[in-house]
Write a protein that binds this ligand. Structure first.
Ligand SMILES: [Fe+2]
Ligand SMILES: [Fe+2]
Length: 165
């Protein structure tokens, strides 16, 4: 069933937001490369790939339901941070914002009785819990050990172990 105009607009909006999320993490990866922290950079690059996957979930949902697919311009993402903690804090705050957007969308999908969208969004609700937890784990470790060169090198090695899903 084709999504109604309201849902179609929201699905496109979140698809484009996920493309931005991919862009955001790729830009963070670039920043971490410049800091000589390849582990953080690699983590961010894997995350950028996951975010593209999220965008494609919305894309394919629209495709399967014969909704209009409107891939728009991706806004520029920040390319500078004060430090690793600043970057990771920004990532965490952004994920919380994304969770709020997904929740709002779920509310609308329920109100519009778009049960196909509700089922798809259920995956995102669960995913966002994981997304927040993953970034929060790094954030808490950084807060614990601080941002001395030794601490950063230690955490860099740890976060660099992340494998692409
Ligand atoms: Fe995402
Ligand atoms: Fe995310």
């Amino acid at each position: 069933m084709v999504p109604n105009k309201k849902m179609e607009a929201l699905l496109n909006k979140q698809m484009n937001a996920e493309f931005y999320n991919s862009h955001l993490y790729q830009a963070m990866a670039g920043w971490f490369e410049g800091q000589n922290l390849p582990g953080f950079a690699s983590w961010m690059e894997i995350q950028a790939g996951e975010e593209r996957g999220h965008a494609m979930k919305f894309y394919n949902h629209l495709k399967e339901r014969r909704g209009a697919i409107l891939v728009g311009a991706v806004p520029a993402a920040p390319v500078k941070y004060k430090g690793a903690l600043d970057a990771i804090q920004a990532a965490f705050d952004h994920e919380v914002h994304v969770s709020q957007e997904i929740n709002k969308m779920m509310e609308t999908a329920l109100a519009e009785k778009d049960f196909a969208a509700v089922e798809m969004l259920r995956w995102f609700v669960t995913e966002q819990v994981e997304e927040e937890a993953n970034v929060d784990a790094i954030l808490q470790q950084l807060k614990m050990v601080g941002e001395s060169k030794g601490s950063l090198m230690y955490i860099d090695r740890h976060v660099g172990k992340r494998k692409a899903a």
